[in-house]
Ligand binder design. Structure first.
Ligand code: TYD
Ligand code: MG
Length: 449
């Protein structure tokens, strides 16, 4: 096959050049040129008589999207039910977080169910992979390993072995012969992914791509990678904690924001089906500055301990440190406490931590944060059998949250006696044995506690 002609184009403005240039002469941006395959064919007008015609929605058969469970419930949950033949999922996360581990475990389950699975590694040698597999207790003749970096050869192998599920670990180490640039460059990552994607769709193979993440949290390589694939999953977790959260960022075959919770053990990742219990296990009953929040991740309520420590700062600007919630959000809540509640926090350091290394991404934990800071500042513990739920507005008002009933049910399940929710959420009926109180303002809530 003749080599495809390539061209370099600016990823910012689309200007093109036959050679790589550092600074785009059109838009003056630096380092935006990436090698691409020259798309001559694609630009041509569709021939007359082609069959792309509009059809009524009612006449389209919805036969696509049958999920095949992997058998790992927490993974299936974030995938929307399981893998999809022909579907491509991208798994991103920091180095060492467990991407290779979860992928290998998923493939092992597939192999265990009697189908072929292919694990392609561009990073580790076959014997390294064997060692890891032994550690996780994986040993199945249907689990095939391929150490290869060339996409064309990988596709050949997929064609020969016909796996039901294939995993590429990682997409940044792969290259296609069509481009001269080094693996990991924008052009290579995108072109390699495009080839694997096209083959996956054609052969109805479910695929996983592993992607490395840059310091600022984006998947290294082009953002278009996220647009190309069907599902994007992110692995989160703090170093030094054994808990890992797999979060759906995008899913064409299911809902987003779902989370799966895992624990890293000596034998691979273990599913955590009752995360609230684990995250609350070490909560102290009488410590000031500790309040339980109920966050809702996708369709799953999660009770989490929010801890605050307020202590007088030495000199200079006081410190505000937030682990597990957005730092801007913390600054906002401190400002509300100062202005509305008259709390003197100007010369106080404020540290905030969500126990267990979990990140809270929605605002319903605001009220718990406010209550924790207030409790630590006054050195007065909050009743340990109360859960606090609500978003706080700039005027100190408490705003309604979604899925209040699910959060309350989880609090009841975990044995709490009392829950404070936004007053505007009280309208719904809750058939629970737990006491439910509504608060309209921060002042009202703090008085209740
Ligand atoms: P890995 O899946 O290789 O991470 P990634 O592919 O995201 O870079 O996970 C590596 C880490 O997990 C490493 O620090 C060791 C740890 N680990 C365990 O604790 N137990 C295990 O059974 C395995 C396989 C890994
Ligand atoms: Mg890895």
């Amino acid at each position: 096959m003749a080599k495809a002609r390539t061209i370099f184009s600016c990823q910012n403005c689309g200007a093109q050049s036959p050679r790589w240039i550092g600074r785009c002469p059109e838009c003056s941006q630096w380092n935006t040129y990436a090698e691409e395959i020259e798309a001559v064919e694609a630009r041509r007008d569709t021939a007359p008589g082609s069959n792309s015609v509009a059809i009524p929605l009612t006449e389209i058969a919805a036969d696509e999207g049958h999920h095949v469970p992997t058998g790992i419930a927490e993974l299936d949950r974030v995938l929307g039910g399981g893998t999809i033949p022909g579907g491509v999922a991208l798994i991103g996360g920091d180095p060492g977080i467990g991407k290779s581990t979860i992928i290998m475990q998923a493939l092992a389950r597939v192999a265990g169910s009697g189908q072929n699975a292919l694990y392609v590694s561009g990073e580790e040698s076959a014997s390294q992979i064997k060692l890891r597999a032994e550690r996780m207790g994986i040993s199945d003749a249907r689990f095939a390993v391929l150490t290869e970096n060339c996409v064309e050869r990988i596709i050949e192998q997929i064609r020969d072995t016909k796996p039901a599920v294939v995993a590429i670990d990682s997409i940044q180490t792969m290259y296609t012969n069509d481009l001269q640039s080094a693996p990991g460059t924008i052009g290579q990552v995108r072109e390699s992914a495009a080839k694997i994607l096209a083959h996956a769709k054609k052969s109805n193979t479910a695929s996983f791509l592993v992607g490395h993440v840059t310091k600022d949290g984006a998947i290294a390589g082009p953002k278009v990678l996220e647009h190309m694939v069907d599902t994007v999953l992110y692995f989160e977790g703090e170093r030094g904690h054994s808990f890992r959260i797999l979060r759906t960022m995008k899913n064409r075959f299911g809902s987003t924001n779902e989370i799966g919770v895992f624990e890293m053990t000596g034998h691979g990742l273990k599913e955590v089906s009752d995360p609230s219990g684990i995250f609350l296990a070490e909560k102290s009953k009488s410590a000031a500055g500790s309040v339980v929040a109920a966050s809702l991740e996708g369709s799953r309520p999660l009770l989490l301990e929010v801890q605050a420590l307020v202590s007088s700062s030495g000199f200079g600007t006081p410190r505000r440190t937030a682990i597990g919630i957005d730092a801007g959000r913390l600054a906002l809540l401190i400002a509300v406490l100062e202005k509305i509640e008259g709390l003197e926090l100007r010369d106080q350091d404020v540290f905030l931590n969500v126990a267990g290394g979990v990140k809270i991404t929605e605002p319903s934990a605001d009220l718990a944060v406010v209550a924790a800071i207030d409790s630590s500042f006054r050195n007065k513990p909050v009743d340990h059998e109360t859960v606090v739920i609500g978003e706080v507005g700039l005027a100190g008002e408490i705003r309604a949250v979604m899925g209040a009933d699910m959060r309350i049910k989880e609090a009841e399940k975990m044995g709490f006696r009392k829950v404070i929710i936004p007053k505007s959420n009280l309208k719904g009926k809750f058939s629970t044995k737990i006491e439910v109180f509504g608060a309209a303002t921060v002042t009202e809530c703090l008085r209740m506690l």
